[in-house]
Design a protein around this ligand. Structure first.
Ligand SMILES: CC(C)(COP(=O)(O)OP(=O)(O)OC[C@H]1O[C@@H](n2cnc3c(N)ncnc32)[C@H](O)[C@@H]1OP(=O)(O)O)[C@@H](O)C(=O)NCCC(=O)NCCS
Length: 148
């Protein structure tokens, strides 16, 4: 696991398209994420290929961090890699005294919901209808970091 670099962009795009085939980030979005907050992207690198990444961005008041994307390649799942990415994110955010972590997840995404629950996330209530656009319902999961 390491921070992203400019030269990771083609691999990052490949992994993102593989994991989210119906709604991958456009090239320009990932390009600009790296430009603006490349220090907020961690990648899983075997020395040749990337196998996953996490993108997390903190609000300008430093209070809340949103995990915008978490992805592990299909052939690498179930080996603890998603959890490792998330634990490193939480470690960094605790060090920075961020108060709360938030993320959205599809109501049917049992694997991700279970992962976030094992890390202590709860929901902020029910399903948010059309949260990410028409038909794109999401649950918002929240973890307080106890740094108040
Ligand atoms: C969600 C995702 C990142 C999990 O990554 P992973 O590396 O397979 O997860 P881990 O091996 O670290 O599993 C950690 C915990 O998650 C839960 N989990 C993972 N896969 C699961 C599954 N298929 N069913 C139920 N729980 C699961 C378990 O609680 C697991 O803990 P355990 O192994 O001690 O039982 C991965 O499945 C993925 O990339 N999915 C597609 C993209 C996606 O849904 N991203 C999240 C969007 S919000």
């Amino acid at each position: 696991m390491r921070g992203v670099t400019d030269t990771d962009l083609p691999e990052l795009l490949r992994v993102d398209r593989e994991v989210f085939p119906e709604d991958p980030y456009p090239y320009f979005v990932l390009r600009q994420h790296i430009d603006v907050h490349g220090d907020r992207i961690l990648v899983l690198d075997d020395g040749e290929y990337l196998h996953g990444y996490v993108l997390f961005v903190t609000t300008s008041d430093g209070y809340v961090c949103w995990v915008l994307s978490l992805a592990v390649s299909a052939d690498q799942r179930g080996r603890g890699l998603g959890k490792r990415l998330m634990l490193e994110v939480l470690r960094q955010l605790r060090r920075e005294r961020v108060h709360e972590v938030r993320l959205t997840v599809e109501p049917t995404n049992a694997a991700a919901i279970m992962l976030y629950r094992t890390l202590g996330f709860g929901t902020d209530g029910g399903v948010h209808r059309d949260y990410l656009g028409p038909g794109e319902d999401r649950i918002i999961m929240v973890l307080g970091l106890g740094s108040a």
